[in-house]
Design a protein around this ligand. Sequence first.
Ligand SMILES: NC(=O)C1=CN([C@@H]2O[C@H](COP(=O)(O)OP(=O)(O)OC[C@H]3O[C@@H](n4cnc5c(N)ncnc54)[C@H](OP(=O)(O)O)[C@@H]3O)[C@@H](O)[C@H]2O)C=CC1
Ligand SMILES: O=C(O)C1=N[C@H](C(=O)O)C[C@H](O)C1
Length: 255
Amino acid sequence: MTEEQTKGRDGSIRVGVLGARGRMGAEVCRAVDGAGDLDLVVAVDQGDDLSALAAAEVVVDFTTPDAVMDNLRWCVEHGVHTVVGTTGFTGQRLDQVRGWLADRPDVGVVIAPNFGIGAVLMMQFAARAARHFESVEIIEQHHPRKLDAPSGTATHTARLVAQARAEAGLGPTPDATRDEVPGARGADVDGVRVHAVRSTGLLAHQEVLFGTLGETLTIRHDSYDRVSFMPGVLLAVRSVRQRPGLTIGLDALLD
Ligand SMILES: NC(=O)C1=CN([C@@H]2O[C@H](COP(=O)(O)OP(=O)(O)OC[C@H]3O[C@@H](n4cnc5c(N)ncnc54)[C@H](OP(=O)(O)O)[C@@H]3O)[C@@H](O)[C@H]2O)C=CC1
Ligand SMILES: O=C(O)C1=N[C@H](C(=O)O)C[C@H](O)C1
């Protein structure tokens, strides 16, 4: 298919949404509908036939960690560019995606654990601060209907912080705990403790708490509404066709 054939009649980008009846998927459908240069051509949810997605030039996936790999594989194999917000991407999963893309070098995939601009900056600031503090812990807070813990954002932040600490030659964070009720010290993600809070009234929030002699630094981000993710999602939708291969994180798409 040529690029002209895959565009909507008015020249807009033909977009499909996977997980369209979910909290994020429904918000993405509204955002795409409201964008003059994008055309929502197909909305797919649990139980629907993936072949309907062939009508789309770019598919956005906000489903579940269990479902996303099959969806993404279908899209890559069928030459559909894909923007993925669904969480659960381990290094092993990313390698699998790279393997599929090796057979379809024309296809672009953007996978981002968080499309909020503030969240992206929070992760960048945390990575920058990491080498200056001997202690660091991450506290993520989410709505109680979230299926995964810790969040994709917290996991990604922990990896960035761990990488920066390793590059700076920092060892393990100091911690004399001997007696522990299981879970009291949170999950260990690449050597960084991550605590996951779930509560009614919350949406998506994260603090990265750094400590060194006589001082602490807290870097905090709050998403109060799912509209916060939409500018990032739409930026990825508009960019992904020009980015064959795998792009991880929104950072690469921002000026
Ligand atoms: N990157 C980012 O910026 C953000 C990422 N997220 C992530 O996005 C994902 C979705 O979150 P959220 O919208 O809150 O979750 P929801 O549970 O509200 O939505 C998921 C939707 O996907 C559907 N679904 C499940 N399996 C399939 C499948 N095989 N094919 C098509 N649809 C399917 C579900 O249907 P059913 O309910 O019937 O199972 C549901 O409608 C999570 O991983 C979350 O962490 C969330 C916010 C921002
Ligand atoms: O499930 C959510 O709501 C969110 N999921 C993403 C994550 O796991 O990091 C992004 C954001 O935190 C909202």
